[in-house]
Design a protein around this ligand. Structure first.
Ligand code: PEP
Length: 253
């Protein structure tokens, strides 16, 4: 059994101005400076990246972007490339967040292209997957996850050029206040672990981290983080306030 470090990541979504983001980063830096046993990351909007990354330089908090375009450069108005994000201070990037999939129509194949582009630039990826409530109620949760994993990770070979983390985020639990029960989370995370072992071999499959995301709050964090095969959390709403994010990080200790 490999030792997987817990990774608590805050997805700031399209919230906070640069001033507010820098203030939050400073607060987190002050409050979490002693934490050494847990990996911590914040994922601000692209506009805030440089300023937040500068504020967190030489700290124990890594910075990531929420999205990247799948091409290195070119006439793609409004997009940001992996190299531009890296240059702005992003060591990590989310791929396949359900809001990107649902609102912006991103496909599994898009996710695959993005992961490859980011890995090519040496940017670590948190690859998000999860089923909608309709898919869960239709009994197709594992079919959906299998497709997301198979297509999203198509052509990837271990060892990966940059760190790869999976985030299971049932869509019905994101921003709804309704989180999955520990039993539901355990069932899915064990299934993902087995899929990863089958696909990448036992050693790599055992070492890859699988975060849970979906209405993680200080009140439920400890219970969810205790679940077998849960190696951290991707936190949305509760990452926008220093006290709640810090409480979630501390629940992982
Ligand atoms: C997210 O944005 O990935 C998320 C899980 O949001 P929330 O914690 O607000 O449900």
């Amino acid at each position: 059994m490999s030792e997987r470090r817990c990774f608590i990541a805050g997805n700031w979504k399209m919230y906070l101005t640069t001033t507010e983001g820098v203030r939050l980063a400073q607060e987190l830096r002050n409050l979490l400076t002693q934490v050494r046993k847990v990996d911590i990351g914040v994922f601000p909007s692209a506009l805030l990246l440089s300023a937040v990354a500068k504020k967190l330089e030489e700290s124990n908090i890594v910075v990531g972007a929420q999205n990247a375009y799948a091409k290195g450069f070119g006439a793609f108005t409004g997009e940001n490339s992996a190299s531009q994000l890296k240059d702005a201070g992003a060591a990590w990037c989310l791929v396949g967040h359900s809001e990107r999939r649902k609102i912006f129509g991103e496909t599994d194949a898009d996710c695959n292209r993005k992961i490859k582009e980011l890995h090519g630039e040496g940017v670590n990826v948190i690859f998000c997957l999860g089923e909608t409530i309709e898919e869960r109620e239709a009994g197709t949760t594992f079919k959906v996850l299998e497709r997301q994993l198979r297509v999203g990770l198509e052509g990837l070979k271990a060892p990966f050029p940059a760190d790869l983390v999976l985030a299971y985020e049932p869509v019905w639990a994101i921003g709804t206040g309704r989180n999955a029960t520990p039993d539901q989370v355990e069932e899915v995370h064990c299934w993902i672990r087995d899929w990863l072992k089958e696909r990448f071999g036992a050693t790599v499959g055992e070492a890859l981290r699988i975060q849970y995301g979906g209405s993680v709050k200080p009140e439920n964090a400890a219970q969810l983080l205790r679940v077998k095969n849960v190696d951290g959390a991707l936190v949305g709403g509760a990452s926008l306030k220093a006290d709640s994010f810090v409480a979630i990080v501390k629940a992982a200790l």
